[in-house]
Design a protein around this ligand. Structure first.
Ligand code: GLC
Ligand code: MG
Length: 255
């Protein structure tokens, strides 16, 4: 058996079904011990909200943590020191103050709590109805000011504005290069809009059965044999996908 790089979103992907999570945790833990498989969480949550989740759910200690939609990378799970090389890459051409100032012109944009804002992420609540008009207008007024940013809209309510060089997928590419793992030996799992960036290359993609409409639609338009839409939900869907791609075999007791 070979080691693989296991990358997963947390809310409504890894977390959502406690029993399936326990089964998956056991298998991943064993795989990491026996083969050196690496576990990475790629979440929209800030480090603050991630820590909160760890007090509520049984999560394995990750080998790396990508928080705030990939705008922060933590390699050391105990000290939680942000990776400065990644921060430097994101800082190019980014002007947070200008984004916030432009956002004030749109009444429908409601800033998320302070804990969810960081140097390289401006996050708002925005309803589905308002999004259709507000997103293109906000985008064009930022580009009029020469700001080249990335918009990620998730779950019909969250709008993240990120540096164009940053998202979960680009943070993962940074990791893969550092660790020298190829796409075939990497599995990525998600349920919503901010996970789409994880699926855009050739990693083995697992979309859980409870995925949100925006990710389902993206999947329908981008089907290929290295992307798998599971039937089971949450961690159950991940288990299904890991078997589908043969990351888990009968020797793990998983078939
Ligand atoms: C998490 C974050 C939030 C973000 C959302 C979607 O809920 O806390 O800031 O907007 O994920 O990426
Ligand atoms: Mg999610």
């Amino acid at each position: 058996m070979k080691p693989f790089l296991f990358v997963t979103d947390l809310d409504n992907t890894l977390v959502g079904d406690d029993r399936a999570l326990e089964t998956l945790n056991q298998k991943l833990h064993k795989h990491r011990q026996e083969y050196g498989t690496k576990i990475v969480y790629a979440t929209g949550r800030s480090l603050y909200l991630y820590r909160q989740l760890t007090t509520q759910k049984q999560l394995l200690q990750p080998d790396a943590l990508l928080t705030s939609v990939g705008t922060e990378i933590y390699f050391n799970p105990t000290t939680h020191t942000v990776d400065v090389e990644w921060a430097q890459m994101l800082s190019q051409g980014w002007d947070r103050e200008k984004i916030v100032a432009t956002g004030r012109n749109f009444a429908d944009l409601v800033l998320q709590p302070k804990s969810e804002q960081n140097s390289f992420k401006v996050s708002y609540y925005l309803t589905d109805r308002a999004a259709v008009k507000v997103i293109p207008r906000f985008k064009s007024s930022l580009s009029d000011k020469g700001l080249n940013v990335k918009f990620i809209y998730s779950a019909g309510k969250d709008l993240d504005v990120l540096p164009s060089q940053g998202d979960k997928g680009l943070a993962l590419q940074f990791l893969r290069q550092k660790w020298k793992v190829n796409a075939q030996q990497t599995s990525v799992c998600g349920d919503s809009g901010n996970d789409i960036a994880l699926f855009t290359r050739q990693e083995r993609g697992i979309i859980v059965g409870n995925a949100k409409p925006e990710l389902r639609q993206w999947y329908r338009e981008n089907q290929t044999d290295y992307r798998y839409l599971a039937t089971a939900h949450y961690a159950g869907g991940i288990l299904e996908g890991l078997k589908h791609f043969n990351f888990f075999t009968s020797s793990d007791g998983s078939k």
